[in-house]
Ligand binder design. Structure first.
Ligand SMILES: Nc1ncnc2c1ncn2[C@@H]1O[C@H](COP(=O)(O)OP(=O)(O)OP(=O)(O)O)[C@@H](O)[C@H]1O
Ligand SMILES: [Mg+2]
Length: 249
């Protein structure tokens, strides 16, 4: 395997809560992997640690063999790792096109020659226009986030993350509140980006969608990595079944 991301022994404690406990795993280059687990399992904290929105207590993160765990978050983004947020983080005073453009400028001139998904080529205007067209946001270009539908806001968040021209994109519940059709529409767009070389780590609670879409899954529970494997392996794992049945009863 050629890992684009190598996580080793990542831990974070908040007072008495061990939010992430010695998590280690690799993400293969070009893959779409899933991170699942019940509420409070530590998934968002894990993403916050990798993207350096929080500092880990222990552990290391290599992106393309380069250590990124000591970099500030903006340098992690410039190194090629972007993420979306469980809670909306668009700039509320900027229009959709300004939100995308701001991310592009802020991300700097990161150009990864081996990538070829929408929004990578040309000047900022062209890249912004291409991303808006790709996510069917052109009619919303001048709208503020507060004026967007939930669907458009979510798409704008993904477009904004892609404006950073990442090699790896982590998406924290991007289709929360979506219908199945809306979720699969976004997945179709993400798969186009995957064909262009983007690697993705996806978090979501919709098991049906995750098991169908992700090539490989990592399961967290109480901060620790409980299991990992293909959809079939995860589906058949007694510990995973236990956690999910336990969580629902
Ligand atoms: N900043 C913080 N301060 C204190 N505790 C925190 C903080 N962030 C997260 N936690 C705790 O860490 C644990 C993991 O939370 P986290 O949000 O990472 O879980 P999650 O898997 O993303 O859950 P969900 O599926 O509900 O989004 C929880 O017990 C949470 O209360
Ligand atoms: Mg979360």
């Amino acid at each position: 395997m050629d890992p684009i991301l190598e996580i080793r022994d990542l831990s974070k404690r908040f007072g008495g809560v061990e939010a992430v406990k010695a998590v280690s795993f690799d993400v293969p280059r070009g893959s779409l992997v899933g991170l699942i687990g019940p509420n409070g399992a530590g998934k968002t904290t894990f993403v916050n640690l990798v993207s350096k929105h929080e500092s880990p207590d222990t552990g290391s993160v290599l992106l393309d063999k380069r250590p990124i765990h000591r970099l500030p978050s903006f340098k992690v983004a410039r190194a090629g790792l972007a993420r979306t947020y469980q809670k909306n983080r668009l700039f509320f005073e900027e229009s959709v096109s300004e939100n995308i453009r701001t991310a592009m400028i802020w991300g700097g001139a990161a150009k990864h020659q081996d990538l070829s998904y929408p929004g990578l080529k040309g000047k900022e205007e062209e890249r912004t226009a291409e991303l808006m067209e790709f996510f069917a946001l052109t009619a919303q270009r001048d709208a503020l986030p507060s004026g967007l539908s939930h669907l458009h806001r979510r798409r704008a968040e993904v477009a904004q993350a892609l404006a950073l021209a990442p090699k790896l994109l982590m998406l924290d519940e991007p289709f929360a509140g979506f219908s199945r059709e809306e979720a699969f529409d976004l997945i179709d767009h993400l798969k186009v980006c995957q064909k262009g070389g983007l690697t993705m780590l996806l978090i979501d609670h919709n098991m049906e969608v995750m098991l169908e879409v992700c090539e490989y899954l990592f399961v967290m529970h109480h901060g620790a990595l409980l299991a990992s494997g293909t959809s079939a392996e995860v589906r058949a794992n007694p510990e995973v079944i236990n956690v999910y049945l336990g969580a629902e009863t």
